[in-house]
Ligand binder design. Structure first.
Ligand SMILES: Nc1ncnc2c1ncn2[C@@H]1O[C@H](COP(=O)(O)OP(=O)(O)OP(=O)(O)O)[C@@H](O)[C@H]1O
Length: 315
């Protein structure tokens, strides 16, 4: 099914009978607990609060065990990651409709599906349309946003608004790397598969950015979340003198440059070529691996979307 084919199957999120709401009271500025409890109760949700890290995984499994049809997630991207993990663990990715109430710090996923605030999140849960979107898997772990190899902290991608202003989305990553003090390059092999064709790349990289709902190339923002493909950017190790020029080229042209490659793939394998394991950030969660196999599962998760959401933004 293509993104457009789904238009005919859009269904309002209004009719489901069994609604649960998973609330992370510590997300973002941590001042939303009472509001969510009150609004959630008004809308007839069964509310479950997370008490510790990882708790949203087991609460989600409990919700599935209780036959939940609509699951609202009041939190940020980390909470959402845990909920999707819970759904995957009980093989229920396609049996629940997910809604997002963005009360986290960055809320990248909510923004990418057209939900910008709490009020609108509740409204979309009640009257919004739903779409089936792709989920990535890193070995057996599902992820929604992205898997990044080689950056020491996800934060370095999100904070520097001045660099972003100057260089654009990918450019500011490149420029950000230049400014990072503790940065080690990666000696790796990457194999990408698209339409049964394989492409490989080996060498020293500054980082590899693999987006599911998140786009790093060009102006960044939302990727096509319904095409069953990752958007992959390989940023090669390069002389410091080239970095600013490459960053600016991405700002001005949005195109591949000598040291930056952009491709789409439904499967990506990343393997280390030296002794150091590779550091990955999977939806912001830090892990190390010698190798990692990333695959997309196309259109397996049904989510309530905001009216500004479009499956294929600025292809
Ligand atoms: N009661 C709790 N106490 C402490 N940590 C918790 C609790 N409940 C959940 N968590 C953890 O809080 C982490 C961060 O939550 P979340 O992602 O929702 O907020 P955020 O980091 O502010 O937002 P974003 O990820 O959008 O920037 C999650 O990884 C989760 O494991």
């Amino acid at each position: 099914m293509t993104g457009n084919d789904q238009e005919t199957s859009d269904t309002l999120c209004l009719n489901a009978t069994n609604h649960w709401l998973i609330l992370n009271p510590t997300s973002g500025t941590a001042d939303h607990r009472d509001t969510i409890r009150q609004r959630g109760a008004q809308h007839g949700y069964t509310i479950r609060e997370t008490k510790h890290e990882g708790h949203a995984v087991s609460l989600t499994k409990e919700a599935v065990g209780n036959g939940v049809e609509v699951l609202a997630v009041a939190g940020g991207d980390g909470t959402l990651h845990e909920v999707v993990q819970g759904l995957a663990e009980v093989d229920a990715l396609d049996s629940v409709t997910l809604g997002v109430l963005p009360v986290g710090t960055k809320n990248i996923f909510a923004t990418n599906i057209g939900i910008t605030n709490l009020e609108q999140g509740f409204e979309v849960l009640k009257t919004g349309k739903r779409r089936s979107i792709d989920i990535g898997f890193a070995d057996d772990e599902p992820f929604v946003l992205s898997c990044i190899a080689g950056l020491t902290a996800e934060a370095s991608l999100a904070t520097s608004s001045e660099l972003k202003e100057r260089f654009g989305s990918l450019g500011f990553i490149i420029a950000g790397i230049r400014e990072a003090t503790e940065f080690e390059s990666l000696h790796l092999n990457l194999t990408a598969v698209l339409d049964e064709k394989e492409a490989t790349w080996s060498g020293d990289a500054l980082c590899v950015l693999i987006g599911n709902t998140r786009r790093f190339a060009k102006e960044g923002g939302q990727a096509n979340v319904e095409d069953g493909l990752f958007e992959v950017v390989i940023i090669e190790q390069m002389p410091p003198t080239d970095i600013a020029a490459e960053a600016m080229s991405h700002r001005l042209l949005g195109e591949d440059t000598e040291h930056v490659h952009h491709l789409k793939a439904h499967q990506v394998e990343v393997r280390r070529l030296d002794r150091e394991p590779i550091r990955f950030s999977i939806d912001g969660e830090q892990q190390t691996h010698d190798e990692l196999l990333l695959r997309t599962h196309p259109q397996v998760l049904t989510v309530c979307i905001g009216s500004t959401y479009t499956p294929a933004p600025r292809e």
